[in-house]
Ligand binder design. Sequence first.
Ligand code: GLP
Length: 387
Amino acid sequence: MRLIIRDDPKAVAYYTANYVRQRINEFKPTRKRPFVLGLPTGSTPVEVYWHLVDYYKRGEVSFRHVITFSMDEYVGLPRSHPESYCAFMHRHLYDHINLRPENVHMLDGNADDLAAECQRYEDKIKEVGGIELFLGGIGPDGHIAFNEPGSSLESVTRVKTLAYETVLANARFFGGDVNKVPKLALTVGVGTVRAAREVLLIITGAHKAVALAKCIEEGVNHMWTVSVVQLHPSAMIVCDEDATLELHVKTVRYFKSIEQVQEQLIGRQHIGLKGSISKLASSDPADSFGSGVLPPAAATASKDSNTSDASQSSADEDASDADDDDDDVSSQPFSDDEDRNGDTATAATPAASTPSPANILADSSSDINGVRVDDSLTPAAPVGNPF
Ligand code: GLP
């Protein structure tokens, strides 16, 4: 498991959105081979969705061949209710990007037969080939989706009674009135999340620090369902400094050092998106093991190859989907001053005072694989052998 620590929630959202964008573009989805994305609700991912919408509008990512599955939904709340998870997802993401309506999947908390609805969801996930990337948040009690403490780690999509702590936490969306918060929900299971080929969790805030510590430093435990990511072969948690408050200093340094060692010794150009070492340094002395910094020419080549990836993705879409490329943003031209890799964040864009996705984009320092890295982390922490 990878733990990526960023300064604050904005940096976490920026990193995460860049990651999702890059994973989709690297995957080169087509109609026959769509990218299947699991998505959460909650306040934490809202800014991630702003960025994704922004990338879509800039032509840096297309959702034309992306299939989405939302994680959960309240039972008995009309879909039109502003706090239904259906309304939430439309408001923050689905209404602003080029997802095909038939590719958007949500649980129906008003279905006559809730058990059948849950089974339908599991069947649909299998039918499309499983989830490629499950993006998730957690509750302060460590739940993923609505898998409250005590949920089976093998659980699949089902009806779940919400813990009182969760009802209290979510009362803020219902005018602070716990009586208005639905007490039942449909949720994908812990097993459903585990079955995804990759899991990315975003955890921010001191109120989630205990849950993060339980997840990282203690064993897999059904009372902290997020801890199941320890068993996942490809899991990453992106958290902010506040969320690390209950971790041992040694743990924080350990995970920071892993990232730093990869950057500085192995070289960022050799690290795959999922954190694996994709290749070792070339014989080019300018690109030697230990430099960790791309020479200008290599940097250009790397950017060019990413650009051609994006073009290839677009070509694949065109070839497999010639009849419906009318609104395919990936085939839209990029403006002259935009980087085709979507690295506009690194451009010297003047920051404005009002918070907005554009301002957040302007607030970057450097990129690894298109993902921002805080400059403050650049010098290696004084730790022993991180391996
Ligand atoms: C709800 C959702 C979870 C989400 C959690 C965190 O409980 N069911 O999927 O992770 O809220 O919400 P927030 O990001 O607002 O803390």
